[in-house]
Design a protein around this ligand. Structure first.
Ligand SMILES: *[C@@H]1O[C@H](CO)[C@@H](O)[C@H](O)[C@H]1NC(C)=O
Ligand SMILES: *[C@@H]1O[C@H](CO)[C@@H](O)[C@H](O)[C@H]1NC(C)=O
Ligand SMILES: *[C@@H]1O[C@H](CO)[C@@H](O)[C@H](O)[C@H]1NC(C)=O
Length: 404
């Protein structure tokens, strides 16, 4: 059993390392960004860090399969959508063999593509072309009042240091969509876009934690409390309980690790959510380690160990639920997810109430019949009665129990 627990601890550490390293790697040319997205057409990718304090975005636009006789452009269209009104960042290899990057506003069809200032400030722009990969780096002083914009990107031929008209293939026409620098999501006109990397990480974090701390842990506690009452479930309840809580712990630690990563990248600090999360991780780890240290069933300290195990366990359940609702407020998912979780809680709560009543019914009934059959045993067990669970244990006093 103890070897099994050590394996659990070890594997949960591995899982958390795995999850945090698998969290999407938004790195391009040795620059690491907090968000990135694969754009649906033209082999393009957008990376960015959004700074809420000064409403700026450091971005990198990457396009693969680009030759030295092609230009690439990425633009925000602040007032409209598509090409007309696009505030472009352009890059191409010029006749000096150097990659030139500059800004140009597109005011109509057949634009000159000559350098010019955009409707918002671009304090920094540069580009590089390596192995057919063009990357434009820029800092954008985003227009005030929004973090979500229409975006458009393009590629075309260059002739004599001047970008020429792009092809009219379907990909060249579908290369528009929206980008939300704060939430990390993008959408595309061709319908391919979707949830951004940051949003995806948040969703993974939410699902892992709701499933582990919010659902598996309470179920694990219920198996311990309510399965015990069935004679045939002893000691199976113990293994079900351990399996449930250990899998909850493994998934929970993975969820916790994604949370730490999200927190370290977040421009906003969510103190309460973070601190409750760290407390939960400590208490959860304590519970798993405590299993290794639990005194034998008839040891005089076992009673105190039980008290400790139950109180920490219930604290974990309460804190988990509180923190999940904190998380719902931060993540602000569609209402249906919060409602679904409330539904799960009501179901678990109602089940617990029914099983609690049933447990007491069984225990009292057994006590009665025990008093009739073995008056002295029942009296002895009556002394250490503290709550339903030990009343259930009291039944075990009438026959040998397997040591677990
Ligand atoms: C991202 O991936 C690249 C190579 O795929 C690697 O060199 C880099 O260290 C990774 N960065 C992070 C933050 O994991
Ligand atoms: C915006 O703020 C971030 C940090 O909050 C800073 O790193 C960056 O240089 C600032 N950008 C500009 C253009 O002031
Ligand atoms: C090519 O681009 C570089 C870098 O922007 C610039 O210094 C150089 O003058 C450009 N050459 C021509 C011929 O435009």
């Amino acid at each position: 059993m103890d070897r099994f627990l050590k394996t659990v601890l070890f594997s949960s550490i591995l899982v958390s390392v795995f999850v945090s390293s698998c969290a999407q790697n938004c790195s391009v040319s040795n620059n690491i960004f907090t968000s990135c997205n694969t754009l649906p057409v033209l082999n393009s990718y957008l990376y960015w860090n959004y700074h809420q304090a000064n409403h700026t975005a450091d971005i990198a636009y990457r396009q693969t399969g680009v030759t030295s006789s092609q230009w690439v452009a990425w633009a925000l269209n602040v007032g409209g959508s598509g090409m007309v009104g696009a505030q472009c960042l352009v890059a191409f290899t010029n006749s000096s063999g150097l990659v030139r990057a500059y800004t140009t506003p597109v005011n109509g069809y057949g634009p000159s593509m000559a350098a010019g200032a955009l409707s918002f400030n671009v304090p920094r722009i540069s580009a590089e072309l390596n192995n057919g990969e063009m990357v434009i780096f820029a800092t954008l002083q985003l227009p005030t009042g929004s973090t979500s914009f229409n975006q458009v990107w393009q590629v075309g031929p260059v002739s004599g240091d001047t970008p020429q008209e792009h092809a009219q293939a379907s990909a060249n026409k579908e290369s528009t969509g929206t980008v939300d620098f704060a939430s990390g999501s993008t959408t595309s006109s061709s319908g391919g876009g979707g949830v951004g990397s940051r949003q995806r990480k948040k969703n993974v974090h939410g699902v892992l934690n709701v499933v582990s701390w919010g659902i598996l842990v309470p179920i694990g506690a219920m198996t311990a409390r309510y399965l015990k009452v069935f004679k045939s479930a002893d000691p199976a309840w113990f293994y079900v309980h351990v399996a449930c809580q250990c899998s909850a712990y493994i998934v929970g630690v993975a969820g916790w690790a994604t949370g730490l990563k999200l927190g370290s990248e977040s421009p906003i600090v969510y103190d309460t959510h973070r601190n409750i999360g760290i407390t939960l991780f400590c208490l959860g780890t304590l519970q798993v380690f405590a299993l290794l240290l639990r005194p034998k069933k008839d040891h005089k300290f076992r009673f105190y160990w039980n008290l400790y195990h139950w109180s920490v366990g219930y604290a974990v359940i309460i804190l988990s639920i509180v923190n999940i609702f904190e998380g719902f407020d931060i993540l602000d998912p569609e209402k249906k997810w919060k409602r679904a979780y409330i539904g799960v809680l009501i179901f678990l709560g109602a089940t617990a109430v029914l099983l609690e009543a049933f447990t007491w019914f069984v225990v009292i009934k057994r006590k009665k019949s025990d008093t009739e059959k073995y008056p002295d045993v029942a009296t002895r067990n009556g002394v250490n009665g503290h709550g339903g669970a030990s009343a259930v244990n009291a039944y075990g006093g009438t026959r040998p129990r397997q040591e677990i």
